[in-house]
Design a protein around this ligand. Structure first.
Ligand code: ADP
Ligand code: ASP
Ligand code: MG
Length: 437
């Protein structure tokens, strides 16, 4: 069994949706009907749904957004479907729109629960249309509602016990299954989601639970690139990565893969392959446990990073200093990304500023705090064993003209992480591209 996930750009319009159909048919013809297809929402739709939520929160009209939503899907329905399939999908579209607009009427203060119902509608309508399209084209498939089996616990982690027990019944035969990415239920049974870009994660969770042979993530690029193509020329897709390398790249900004995707696949060594819907026969990036070569493979960058410098002479040589600091972040459920320490100070970075003021206030009770905003984390990733000289030196030589605010090296054999002022980001990424010459 394999899991294929198609992202928003692969589903952006009827032309692209036909390409997705062809990829699925090709897989079935080559390897038989033993496939779970996970679909994201049509490109731009989740953003539009978040915009609707914002408008509702601000008591603004959503008429124009609803119009765009309706037109987008009506276009796709008109271009793809005929007869009863068309009618069925048009009715479903109106029901979906009613779900959204009825929430508007319920209250003026949109709750988190209502927001999550609204932003789930993109995947729900997209997958329904696609399921009907395949049926119309004579491709038998079973429609599975992700809300019936993808569940997260209170910690917002997949509830594998539940998913396992339900999934074995749902996916009991060799078939073609169509389901939604991103959406799930939470421990209260409410509609929830796995976070932006979370369809990749859904695919990986399903692959893990069903012991898939392979998980393929289909998008509009031929894999994970060695450097950010928006800032650097002469980039190329990396052919092979290990799970550890891919996890670092995804976490530190390579948007093509949701950071949590690697975890379930790695646990049971299921290869994850990134493929291009618009160029389906290129190899893409294959992610496995195999270490095939040494050296740098790729760079990723993440912006809007805040550095918090924590200094306390009282804490000189005292134990418990780090515990105290991290307890604060734990209380506010804010993950810390990069850490560097000296005897009396600790610098760390966060990318979620929501609770910054409260965190600073609490830390200020036992330390002096300095906050530096607008930083970029750059991760230089590959197999770069610590017992071999030269790797760190190479990075630092290339960046000799750029001030480095933090540097993290040595905690793993596959990443050197730097934090710089975002003003230097483009220059740094271009300089570091020489690592691959
Ligand atoms: P999908 O909608 O299929 O989930 P995403 O937009 O989430 O696709 O991811 C694909 C996009 O990720 C690409 O179009 C590209 O612009 C961007 N991207 C950012 N960094 C990288 C990278 N290192 N390698 C490949 N793509 C990247
Ligand atoms: N549609 C969702 C998003 O835009 C999930 C995904 O694309 O994976 O975030
Ligand atoms: Mg994505």
């Amino acid at each position: 069994m394999k899991v294929f996930k198609f992202g928003g750009s692969s589903l952006a319009n009827s032309t692209n949706i036909k390409k997705v159909k062809n990829i699925i048919i090709n897989e079935i013809n080559s390897n038989g009907k033993d496939l779970v297809v996970v679909l994201s929402a049509v490109f731009g739709i989740t953003n539009l749904l978040f915009k609707i939520c914002d408008n509702l929160k601000n008591n603004q009209s959503i008429d124009s957004e609803i119009k765009t939503f309706r037109e987008k899907f009506l276009n796709i329905i008109e271009e793809l479907l005929y007869e009863s399939f068309k009618d069925t999908c048009k009715i479903f579209l109106e029901e979906t729109i009613n779900t959204i607009t009825n929430l508007k009427n319920e209250s003026n203060n949109l709750t988190k629960r209502e927001e999550r119902i609204i932003v789930a509608q993109g995947e729900i309508i997209t997958s329904f249309i696609f399921h009907n399209f395949l049926l119309q084209e004579g491709v038998e498939n079973l429609f599975v509602n992700a809300l019936d089996f993808i569940k997260i616990n209170e910690e917002r982690e997949p509830d594998y016990e539940y998913i396992n027990s339900v999934a074995s019944n749902i996916f009991s035969s060799k078939s073609l299954y169509i389901t939604q990415g991103y959406i799930c239920r939470n421990h209260l049974g409410e509609i929830d989601n796995l976070g932006r870009g979370g369809s990749d994660y859904t695919a990986s969770i399903i692959g893990y639970v069903l012991k898939a042979k392979e998980i393929q993530i289909w998008s509009d690029v031929s894999g994970i690139y060695n450097n950010d193509p928006r800032f650097v020329e002469n980039t190329y897709p990396v052919n092979y990565l290990t799970f550890d390398e891919a996890a670092e790249l995804a976490y530190f900004g390579a948007k093509v893969l949701h950071p949590s995707t690697v975890l379930p696949a790695q646990k049971s060594s299921i290869p994850v392959i990134l493929k291009n819907t618009f160029n389906p026969f290129t190899a893409g990036t294959v992610i496995t446990n195999l270490v095939l070569s040494e050296g740098f493979k790729a760079i990723a960058a993440k912006d809007n990073i805040t550095i918090i410098q924590i200094k306390s002479y009282r804490m000189l040589m005292a134990y418990g200093f780090l515990r105290k600091i991290f307890e604060t972040f734990e209380r506010f459920k804010v993950p810390v990304d990069v850490i560097t320490t000296s005897e009396v100070s600790v610098s760390l970075t966060i990318d979620d500023d929501t609770h910054l003021n409260e965190i600073v206030e609490e830390l200020s009770t036992f330390a002096n705090i300095e906050v530096i905003k607008n930083n970029t984390v750059i991760a230089c990733v590959g197999y770069i064993p610590k017992n071999k000289p030269g790797y760190l030196q190479k990075v630092l030589t290339l960046l000799e003209k750029i001030p480095i605010r933090m540097l993290s090296y040595g905690s793993s054999d596959y990443n050197i992480t730097l934090v710089i002022d975002t003003t230097y980001k483009k220059e740094a990424l271009n300089k570091l591209n020489e690592l691959f010459l």
